[in-house]
Ligand binder design. Structure first.
Ligand SMILES: O=C(O)C(=O)C[C@]1(C(=O)O)C=C[C@@H](O)C=C1
Length: 311
């Protein structure tokens, strides 16, 4: 059966390159104008999965994704992929570099090429685009006058839309990578692989000294290592934050469950956002005393006490 995959479009985005790594060959593609629309397509059951950016090695977390994942009906991450991001400056054939007055691209792409533009086209202004390929397509297809002469996009998008590369290798950091996630509606949680990651959003109590430390101790006490943590404003008033967290391990593992139970007991909001194989397939190191077997043996010991078999 054909599945439908939503992504940040139009065709030619880095997001589409990420999608190609995880979607089946016969997938029906649904390009969307922004991350929120792509995720809503899954909530509305128009799409089975969405592929959206979540983190860039230069710019950090993609707030539109981190916030939207907890904004309305639950969604979970099913897989992660990484795409090396390389940018070119492209324009309509015949455009010369010294005629470029304004450049359009996605804000994250602009942030990753700002240094190059500052050095090479210091007078050029920036026009925000909904993605890297949306302004590339507009340059190629629009008959209307546009407010920019060039775009920052990936080399494939420049080729796809028949644009001329005016300058290559324009990223400030040539090794930049963006991590994308495949997002689906929640269902029965799959089995652990031993090299998994779990994503969650937690709001720590805000009215007490040490609340953040207490929240982190729920993980450290169970030997659960964090691989990412970033704060996001709750949005209702100044000074209230929640934390977007990736931990090493799977929700089917005892120590991860114990940490979740501790968070649920002590924090006003906890949202499970998926357990999925980690991209580098590196097995998770489980500290002594926190393996599933350790938990099972300890629980059996308590059961013996309750039954009067041990004291
Ligand atoms: O506009 C695109 O091509 C995207 O896939 C989005 C996006 C992002 O949101 O960070 C992805 C990779 C690059 O870092 C720049 C833009």
């Amino acid at each position: 059966m054909t599945s439908t995959w939503a992504f940040l479009g139009p065709s030619g985005t880095f997001c589409e390159m990420a999608l190609q790594q995880v979607a089946p060959d016969n997938a029906r593609l649904e390009p969307c104008q922004d991350v929120a629309t792509a995720l809503d397509r899954v909530r509305e059951r128009v799409a089975d999965s969405a592929v959206v950016p979540i983190e860039n090695s230069v710019e950090g977390g993609v707030n539109a994704t981190l916030d939207n994942l907890v904004a309305s009906a639950p969604l979970v991450i099913a897989a992660e992929v990484a795409v090396p991001v390389t940018f070119v400056l492209a324009g309509r054939p015949g455009t010369s570099l010294d005629r470029v007055r304004a450049i359009s691209t996605h804000p994250h792409a602009w942030a990753q090429c700002r240094g190059w533009v500052h050095l090479n086209l210091p007078e050029a202004s920036y026009v925000a685009g909904t993605s890297t390929s949306a302004p590339a397509r507009a340059l190629a297809e629009s008959d209307d006058p546009l407010s920019f002469e060039a775009v920052l996009c990936n080399p494939l998008a420049a080729q796809r839309y028949g644009l001329e590369v005016l300058a290559g290798g324009v990223a400030d950091n040539p090794d930049a990578v963006t991590r994308f996630v495949q997002v689906t509606r929640p269902g029965r949680v799959g089995e652990p692989t031993g090299a998994d990651k779990t994503t969650l959003m937690v709001q720590a109590p805000h009215d007490r000294a040490g609340a953040l430390l207490d929240m982190l101790e729920q993980f450290s006490a169970r030997g659960v290592n964090l691989s990412r943590i970033e704060s996001r404003p709750v949005g209702d008033s100044l000074g209230r934050y929640r934390f977007s967290i990736d931990v090493e391990g799977h929700i089917r593992e005892e120590r991860v469950q114990a940490a979740f139970i501790g968070l649920h007991r002590t924090c006003p909001m906890v949202r499970f956002l998926g357990s999925y194989p980690r991209l580098d397939a590196r097995p998770v190191v489980v500290p002594a005393g926190t393996s599933d077997k350790d938990f099972i043996v300890a629980r059996a010991w308590v059961a013996d006490i309750l039954a009067g078999r041990t004291i």
